[in-house]
Design a protein. Structure first.
Length: 168
C-alpha cells in the first residue's frame, strides 16, 4: 500500500513537471514520451490504490459481519481449498496407453552378428536377431483436476513403472 502511494506520488509529479515544461514551450520528443509514460504509470498507481482500499473495506465489512475469529477460519479454509486444488493438478487419476514404438539398436545388432559369426560361423549370425531393442510407450496421463498430458517413456523404465499402476 505504501509503495503504491509513493509510486503514485512520484509519477504524478513526473506528469505535472512534463505538463509544465510543455506549457512553457519545451517540446522535446523524449520529454513528451516521458510525460506520457508518467501519466500512464500514474493511472496504474491510482488504480492500485483504489483496489487496495476496496479490498480493505471489503475485509473490514466481512469482519464486522461475522467476527474476526470466523473471518480467520474462513481465510484458512480458502487457503486449504487452494492447496488441495493445486495438488489435484498433479495427482494422477488414470493413464491411457496411446501406442508404442520398438526399434533395434544397429550397433548392438552388428556387434552380436560379428561375434556370433566369428565364433559359430553362419549360424552365429542368428545372434544378431537377439540384439537389444528400445521400446517407447506413448501414454496420455489424466490428472484429477481434469488436466491431461501426453508423455512418451521407455518401456520398463522408472517412469513407465510409476505410470503403469494407473493404466486403465
Amino acid at each position: 500500500m505504501v509503495m503504491n502511494l509513493i509510486g503514485t506520488i512520484f509519477f504524478a509529479l513526473l506528469a505535472v513537471v512534463g505538463a509544465l515544461l510543455v506549457a512553457m514551450g519545451v517540446t522535446d520528443q523524449q520529454l513528451a514520451g516521458g510525460m506520457v509514460i508518467g501519466a500512464v504509470l500514474l493511472v496504474i498507481g491510482v488504480i492500485g490504490i483504489i483496489r487496495t482500499r476496496m479490498a480493505q473495506k471489503k475485509k473490514k465489512a466481512r469482519i464486522s459481519e461475522i467476527g474476526l475469529d470466523a473471518y480467520k477460519a474462513e481465510r484458512k479454509d480458502e487457503r486449504k481449498a487452494a492447496r488441495e486444488m493445486a495438488a489435484a493438478n498433479y495427482e494422477i487419476d488414470y493413464v491411457v496407453l496411446a501406442g508404442q514404438e520398438s526399434r533395434t539398436k544397429t550397433g548392438s545388432a552388428v556387434a552380436r552378428g560379428a561375434v556370433g559369426s566369428a565364433l559359430l560361423g553362419p549360424v552365429g549370425l542368428l545372434a544378431a536377431a537377439g540384439a537389444k531393442k528400445n521400446t517407447d510407450v506413448a501414454m496420455v496421463i489424466h490428472y484429477k483436476s481434469g488436466r491431461t498430458e501426453n508423455k512418451t517413456v521407455k518401456f520398463n523404465s522408472k517412469d513407465f513403472k510409476k505410470y503403469a499402476k494407473y493404466i486403465r
